[in-house]
Design a protein around this ligand. Structure first.
Ligand SMILES: Nc1ncnc2c1ncn2[C@@H]1O[C@H](COP(=O)(O)OP(=O)(O)OP(=O)(O)O)[C@@H](O)[C@H]1O
Ligand SMILES: [Mg+2]
Length: 305
């Protein structure tokens, strides 16, 4: 992929005889919002840790912002919201951000402005002088997000950013990610909330047992529509004729079901049925959710890891 911010080639991480990540090959483009999806224990957090250089891969290689994994110069343009953030709970919200800004060696005057900007953005300006130990779970998650964006990163890794957030907090994260996309910041997102992933991500990869098993471009891929028809008496030939409009034709509870890959085929299909002398009583359409793709890709045998 041209202009990649993340590229990996057969990354593998072994903990003793446990394989956490088996064979991870992926590419994320500049400004892309990329969803990394998989069941518990699939190796998502371990993959992020390798990409950030926090743990070394057992084998394989990769680059982030064009530099080898763990490169310190590239790290200064990377943001990270960890899955289980250990906060310095004796610090106030403002002191916490100041501490992290200093680690990035941000000049004091710029840092002060940036901190106010971010505290406002995550709706914590009023709580800035309170100690983190007094923050609620959602407030901690939001200050963690502010921390991840302090250095104006070119790529930001968010490991479960909406965990513990109420619907308003989740909306805030969704808007933040949209802003990042518009600024051209790439986002690598781990999330189990597929309905949110569906609206925020440009592309997703499904990871199973540490390996990417399917990628999906949510912007380009035509949506698959599940169509349910209630028809009058239909000959076998007519039923078979429906396969020219879609796939996975089935008869269920007196309904004809099939999957159609283009909305424009629906009026054509109805016209054709009427032309065949079939009475069309009802036509129902459901868009296939990311959740149903997830369940299909992961199969039934998966156990939480
Ligand atoms: N430090 C470690 N030592 C041994 N095993 C580990 C270690 N870290 C992770 N694992 C194992 O590696 C596998 C992948 O873990 P990982 O945390 O990457 O999963 P995940 O996809 O992030 O899961 P979740 O959705 O629950 O956050 C798990 O089986 C886990 O038990
Ligand atoms: Mg994880």
């Amino acid at each position: 992929m041209p202009d990649c911010v993340i590229e990996t080639h057969e990354l593998r991480k072994q903990f003793g005889n446990k394989t956490a990540v088996a064979n991870l090959t992926l590419a994320v483009g500049r400004g892309e919002v990329f969803g990394f999806l998989g069941p518990n224990g699939a190796g998502k957090t371990t993959s992020i840790k390798m990409l950030l250089g926090l743990i070394a891969p057992t084998t394989g290689s990769g680059t982030v912002l064009g530099s080898p994994l763990g490169n310190a110069a590239a790290r200064s343009k990377v943001g990270f919201l960890p899955e289980h953030f250990r906060f310095h709970d004796w610090l106030t919200g403002r002191e916490f951000l100041k501490f992290h800004g200093t680690l990035y060696r941000m000049p004091a005057s710029h840092l002060a402005i940036r901190i106010d900007e971010l505290l406002t953005r995550v709706d914590l300006l009023d709580a800035a002088e309170r100690k983190l130990r007094e923050y609620s779970k959602g407030m901690l998650q939001r200050i963690g997000l502010a921390q991840a964006l302090l250095n104006d990163p070119d790529v930001v890794f968010l490991d479960e950013p909406t965990s513990g957030l109420d619907p308003l907090g989740r909306l805030l994260v969704r808007d933040l990610i949209e802003e990042l996309r518009q600024q051209g910041t790439a986002v690598f997102l781990n999330s189990h909330l597929l309905s949110e992933v569906e609206v925020t991500c440009d592309r997703v990869a499904f990871v199973k047992k540490g390996e990417v098993v399917r990628e999906l471009n949510l912007r380009e891929e035509p949506p698959v529509l599940g169509v349910e028809l209630k028809l009058g008496a239909t000959s076998r030939e007519t039923l078979e004729g429906l396969t020219r409009f879609g796939t996975n034709l089935a008869l269920q509870n007196g309904c004809v079901k099939l999957q159609v890959h283009d909305e424009e085929l629906l009026p054509q299909m109805t016209r054709w049925l009427v032309g065949e002398g079939v009475k069309v009583y009802q036509i129902g359409v459901v868009r296939r959710s990311l959740e149903s793709v997830f369940l299909e890709v992961m199969g039934g045998e998966e156990r939480p890891g």
